[in-house]
Write a protein that binds this ligand. Structure first.
Ligand code: UDP
Length: 352
């Protein structure tokens, strides 16, 4: 574990989604965010700091990016610790809440080192639960819609037990996250930690890595750079896309609600799109002219996915508010900035 020194030049491009103050709290808290330099984690850091809390960001930079948190380097309530959660973590200061978002989440990234992916979810989560127990901290686990595997129930409700291969290439992530949920609820049943489990559905927005490998980042970067858009399989498989600011608001509401729900809570946007529809929207919004390149469907790729968010609505009063068209516009603008490209439609406007 090592504390990270401020970098010389924070990049301004990482500042793009304005954190909204959504969860008011009387007393500032000390909050650990494991995976805090990642795509979702860094937005959560911003939101908590904006509301006056102290943030201890823990990241091994496997999939997180230093640039995501570089603008926070000199923030008086922000600490960055470079650390892999598979190793024990000891903190001398008080901790009120722990969010565990530490794990590579895109299929190519989590499959690149599958054993480490599984250990991050199992050993890493267990270590952070023990940290929460020592500090009497509340604990939120970032679980995933992947626990439903290739679902036979549609939309997916939290009581659906899933249809998951325990031996396929996605198992390191799916089964790792399922085991992490098991650990959370065993700690809860034993009265050791106040846990909350969010099952996060496909989330997108600024600060996804351009080389992340997931569908939104791939299509947007390809469209902006004039590369062919890669569509795996027929493109008729579906996903439901949640904008990152909605997701962060949901995570915070789940951490805040009392008492903690006695089961997992889906967080996602129920708007469901085929991959072909998403590609068409990306082409329309970028003004790009890229051709489509069809590639084989990856093994165990889920055919459809849509959250039932009734539980989140009822328990948290949470519902996502950013439609795909709007969130995609923000995302495209951000990727255009980081890749140094401009939307064709913007270029046309500039020439006019
Ligand atoms: N996909 C695609 N082209 C890409 C990346 C992904 O067609 O360049 C497909 C992938 O096969 C899946 C869907 O898009 O059906 C969503 O993939 P992603 O990797 O974003 O996340 P998943 O929901 O599968 O974990």
């Amino acid at each position: 574990m090592k504390a990270v020194k401020p970098s010389a030049k924070p990049k301004s491009v990482v500042q793009s989604v304005k954190p909204k103050s959504v969860v008011q709290s009387a007393k500032p808290k000390s909050v650990v965010i494991a995976g805090g330099a990642g795509f979702i984690g860094s937005h959560l850091c911003d939101a908590l700091l904006a509301d006056g809390h102290k943030v201890i960001c823990v990241d091994n930079f496997l999939s997180g990016a230093r640039a995501n948190v570089a603008p926070l380097d000199n923030h008086p309530r922000f600490t960055l610790i470079e650390h892999d959660i598979c190793e024990p973590l000891r903190l001398s200061e008080p901790v009120d809440e722990i969010y565990n978002l530490a794990c590579a989440a895109s299929p190519p990234r989590y499959q690149a080192d599958p054993v480490h992916t599984m250990l991050t979810s199992v050993v890493g989560t267990e270590g952070l639960l023990e940290l929460a127990e020592r500090h009497g901290a509340k604990f939120l686990q970032a679980s995933t819609s992947e626990v439903y595997g290739d679902p036979e129930q549609h939309p997916q409700r939290e009581d659906y037990l899933g249809h998951v291969s325990c031996t396929g290439p996605r198992a390191c992530y799916d089964e790792g996250k399922r085991a992490a949920e098991t650990l959370c609820f065993d700690f809860r049943r034993a009265g050791r930690v106040d846990v909350r489990v969010a099952r996060i559905f496909n989330t997108y927005g600024p600060r996804m890595r351009p080389d992340d490998g997931r569908i939104v980042s791939n299509l947007v970067v390809q469209a902006l750079t004039g590369e062919p858009l890669t569509i795996y399989g027929s493109g008729e498989q579906t996903r439901s896309f949640c904008y990152v600011s909605d997701l962060v608001r949901g995570l915070r509401a789940l951490m805040a609600v009392e008492p903690g729900p006695d089961g997992p809570v889906n967080l996602g946007n129920p708007g469901e799109f085929t991959i072909n529809e998403l590609a068409a929207l990306v082409i329309e919004q970028t003004g790009g002219v890229s051709p489509i390149h069809r590639a084989p469907l990856p093994v165990d790729d889920p055919r459809r996915r849509r959250p039932d968010i009734e539980r989140a609505r009822r328990l948290l009063g949470w519902t996502p508010s950013v439609p795909l068209e709007e969130g995609l516009g923000e995302t495209i603008a951000w990727f255009a900035q980081v890749t140094g490209t401009r939307r064709a439609s913007m270029k046309r406007l500039a020439r006019a």
